[in-house]
Design a protein around this ligand. Structure first.
Ligand code: BTN
Length: 234
């Protein structure tokens, strides 16, 4: 895929800008980057703190089917993981879309799609804590590349490396995407706490299904398939 990068100093959210341009017919491969965001958002309508120093971007894809969407999240997570590892930090993946270092969040991925009778577009938003200051309330659960490496890296180089890696993962078949995701994950086999829209469950993350759902095994041996949820490592 050929990427076209457009850079902004400040946006409310790179997701909104990418959506606006997608609505105007922008092509797959458009990448919207912003130095800061006034209203960065995360999954499940959470706020995403986006101060100067972080890498915040959204890119536009035009997948054909809705069942490709979870795979795009996995492919993006693998791409970010491999790119960050190239800079010397041994990060790993938490289902469905977090990149962690020592159990602390270093990067989050957000997928938003416009679906009518078919998928019109999908926008993947990626926020990497590079050298941005993290809010105090996140200090126990989040970290940045600068904090961990004691060194600053170029956000531009990191972006280019992520896109390069993404081009590799885009070629993966579904089963390959899942097996590559599994190789880098830090969740499977561990005790987890999962919050879904309707319940909170505790069990062992037992596997990933062929549609990218998480399989959790409860104490009573029953298995639950989680399509959307928040996973906490216990
Ligand atoms: C999450 O972990 O909940 C996902 C966080 C996604 C943050 C990125 S930063 C670039 C893009 N623009 C946004 O407003 N959010 C995403």
């Amino acid at each position: 895929m050929i990427f076209k990068i457009i850079k902004f100093k400040k946006l409310s959210s790179t997701q909104d800008k990418a959506k606006e341009l997608a609505g105007k017919g922008a092509k797959e491969g458009l990448v919207v980057v912003s130095e800061v965001m006034a209203k960065g958002r995360g999954r499940l309508n959470r706020k995403w703190s986006a101060n100067k120093g972080g890498l915040y971007f959204s890119f536009l894809l035009r997948p054909k089917k809705t069942n490709e969407l979870p795979f795009l999240v996995f492919k993006s997570a693998i791409a970010v993981c491999d790119a960050v590892r190239k800079f010397g930090l041994n990060v790993s993946l938490k289902w469905p879309n977090d990149i962690l270092f020592n159990n602390k969040k270093l990067c989050g991925i957000l997928l938003e799609a416009s679906i009518a009778s078919k998928v019109d577009y999908a926008i993947i938003g990626i926020g990497v804590n590079v050298s941005n200051k993290l809010p105090k309330e996140l200090s126990g659960i989040a970290t940045s590349i600068k904090k961990e490496l004691n060194n600053n890296i170029s956000k531009d180089k990191l972006l280019r490396e992520i896109l390069k890696q993404f081009n590799k993962t885009m070629a993966f078949y579904p089963a390959k995407t899942i097996s590559e995701w599994k190789k880098r994950n830090c969740v499977l086999g561990r005790e987890v706490n999962v919050k879904t829209f309707k319940e909170e469950i505790r069990g062992v993350a037992a596997g990933v299904d062929s549609d990218c759902s998480l399989i959790v095994e409860l104490r009573n041996g029953k298995r639950k398939k989680i399509r959307v949820g928040d996973v906490g490592l216990v």
